[in-house]
Structure formats: C-alpha cells, structure tokens
Design a protein around this ligand. Structure first.
Ligand SMILES: NC(=O)c1ccc[n+]([C@@H]2O[C@H](COP(=O)([O-])OP(=O)(O)OC[C@H]3O[C@@H](n4cnc5c(N)ncnc54)[C@H](OP(=O)(O)O)[C@@H]3O)[C@@H](O)[C@H]2O)c1
Length: 334
C-alpha cells in the first residue's frame, strides 16, 4: 500500500502520521508533500525518516499511490486534485473544497460509510470537524426516532484553525503573563482569556460559513434534506478538542433510558454521564483520544420531543485525520 499525506507539516498532517501508525494502517511506502516552506524537512514515521516533497503539478509524483490524505486547505485541494488523482489514487480530502459536490461522497463511517464506495471523481470528502463530532452522537438518536431539527452551540479549540493558530494562543498567554501587547494574527480578536463568536467568514443570512457547513453537511451525510440545523460556532481558548451543546427534536419523545442505552452501544461513542460524581466529558480529558464523548443528557424542558446533551471530540483526530483513515479502512474492509 502506497500512501501520500499532503500538508504533512500541518496540525492535521502531523496527526495523520500518528493515526496511520496507531491504526496499524498497511503502509508499505509513505510519501509526504508540502509547499516550498516545508519541502526538504524530514519527519519520522515508524522509525523511518521521510522527506517532504514539494507539491507540484506532476501526476507522476502520485504514481502507484493508493490513498492520498490531503489537508492543505481548499485552494490547494482544488488546484491539485487532478494531479493527485490522475494516476488512480483515491484522494481523501479534509478541506471544504468538494464537500457539497454531488459527485463527491461526504463520509462519517459510523453514519454513512457505504457512501464512500461511489466516488466517480476518485475524491472522498472528510466533513467539517464540528459536524463529524455532532453526527457520531446524532446517529444513535436518529436510529431510535428520526431527528426533525437540531440546535447546536460549539466551543471550538484554537487548533481548529491550524498549527500556527495553536502557537498564537500559547504565545498570547505568555504575552499576557509578561505584561506585553498581545499579537493577533489568526483570530479576529485576542483569544487568550476570551471567547470569539465568529469562525470563518460571515454570510448574507448572518450565519458564518462554519455554521452553514454544519447546516448543509448534516443534510448530505444523514441523507435528510429536511433536517435543519441552526448552529452558533464559537472559538474558545482551548488548545485542542471541540465541545458542543446540542438540542435535538425527534419525531416521537424518546425516554432517556432508551437514549442512554443507544449511546452506550453506538459505534465510536462513549457515554460519560454521572453528574453526582462530577463526570462529564471535557476537552482536556478528550485530547488525543479517538471516540466522541457524550454526557449531560437531559430531556429538553422547552420541548416535549426534545433532548439536550453535551458532546466533545478531538477535532484533529476524529474530526480530521482519524475519520479520513477510518474511511480508507472501511473501503479496504469491503
Ligand atoms: N485543524 C483542524 O482541526 C482541522 C480539522 C478538520 C479539517 N481541517 C482542514 O484541514 C486542512 C489543513 O488544516 P491544518 O489545521 O492542518 O492547517 P495547518 O496546520 O495550517 O497546515 C496547513 C498545511 O498545508 C500545507 N500547504 C499550504 N499550502 C500548500 C501548498 N501550496 N502546497 C502544498 N502544501 C501546502 C502546509 O505546508 P507548508 O508548511 O509546507 O506550507 C501545511 O502542511 C484545512 O483545509 C482545514 O480546514 C483542519
């Protein structure tokens, strides 16, 4: 198996190296790609040093590649998709470039894994990280009674904006401690000691693009055009792992015990819900782990068909690299 990682130096790219190893993915040969900034740098993969190549418009660079895991931003994905797939590689793309393309499956293996089998453009899109985390939790509820609508407020970590943004948050805490001016580059405002209700750019309806990704991608992945999602996406000064407060309305009221049972047996989900012992999921505990964690499950006091709960997932793992590798595993297993 020949595997390529495009964007190897990035937050998601680095996670791919860990996840491919942790998942024991059958890699015989690994190719790493980046821009001129990281070309020539080496990274260790399973005791081997692998040098980053500069990504060029050269299909031969992808000769014999089976899977190309791409996480270098939407512009790079759009510009190089033909090069990457030109010699038959299957491109699993982490950017939003192709997610809503009807010829590109958008896949969360626990929810719609089999959609990955029909990829006429040889591209499969990995959904938005906040959407993936939410959908792993929505799936078992939807299996009990179809979900009519979802409200969600996200609490998204700095690393969701990439490796440099993560560094910016760390630097800002240092600058604050030393009484220096805080430098702001990747976020709209200072993130340290703050909360910013603004991720990606604003659209005409007042929602941000990040919020609209949750709206459109949920419909596509769940095969539910009538399932509406209203999201408020917020950046919080957490280094890693996104949290979400989620309210769902189902067709029939579902007793909590039934939901709890479904959460306990669902694939990729862990229920941590014991308020008496102060047990609920938090990003510090979830960082670096594979599953999505849910807790704080309650009947919604404002809606007889409503449920309210809290979900947390490591968005660089399940929200990006792990989900992409699981898509490849699903294809190999079938
Ligand atoms: N961070 C997350 O939690 C997360 C979650 C889900 C999806 N994603 C998506 O994954 C993608 C990468 O995100 P990230 O957080 O890993 O960003 P990042 O840390 O900023 O890394 C960006 C990567 O893209 C590479 N790159 C940039 N321009 C390139 C070019 N012209 N040719 C080749 N490589 C190029 C960079 O390589 P150089 O260092 O060589 O420039 C770097 O490896 C984005 O589309 C993002 O939306 C991110």
């Amino acid at each position: 198996m020949k595997v390529a990682v495009v964007g190897a130096s990035g937050a998601v790219g680095q996670e791919f190296l860990r996840v491919l190893d942790e998942q024991n993915f059958p890699v015989d040969e690994l190719l790493l790609f980046g821009s001129s900034r990281s070309a020539g740098r080496t990274y260790t993969y399973r005791d081997n040093e692998v040098k980053v190549k500069q990504l060029r418009h050269e299909p031969m660079d992808f000769d014999g590649v089976d899977f190309a895991f791409v996480s270098a931003g939407g512009d790079v994905s759009r510009e190089y998709a033909d090069t990457i797939t030109g010699r038959g590689a299957l491109m699993i793309d982490n950017s939003s470039a192709f997610r809503m393309d009807p010829e590109v499956p958008l896949v969360v293996p626990e929810v719609n894994g089999d959609d990955a089998f029909i990829a006429p453009k040889r591209i499969i899109a990995n959904p938005n990280c906040t959407t993936i985390i939410m959908l792993v939790a929505l799936k078992p509820i939807n299996d009990l009674s179809p979900i009519r609508r979802v409200h969600v407020a996200s609490y998204q970590a700095a690393s969701g904006a990439g490796a440099q943004a993560m560094q910016e948050l760390e630097d800002q805490y240092g600058q604050l401690a030393r009484g220096e001016d805080v430098k702001i580059e990747h976020f709209a405002y200072q993130l340290a000691s703050n909360v910013i209700p603004h991720i990606d750019s604003f659209t005409d309806n007042g929602y941000t693009r990040e919020e609209m990704k949750m709206y459109y991608e949920t419909k596509k992945i769940m095969h539910a055009p009538g399932l509406d999602v209203s999201a408020t996406c917020v950046r919080v000064p957490v280094m890693r792992a996104h949290s979400e407060a989620i309210w769902v309305e189902t067709e029939r009221p579902i007793p909590l015990a039934e939901v709890r049972g479904a959460f306990e047996t669902a694939q990729g989900l862990v229920l941590v819900d014991d308020p008496a012992r102060k047990l609920y999921p938090m990003p510090l505990d979830v960082t670096g782990t594979d599953p999505v964690y849910v807790g704080r499950l309650r009947q919604d006091l404002a809606n007889p068909c409503g449920l309210s709960f809290w979900a947390v997932g490591d968005q660089i793992k399940k929200g990006a690299a792990l989900n992409a590798v699981q898509i490849a595993q699903h294809i190999l297993a079938h």
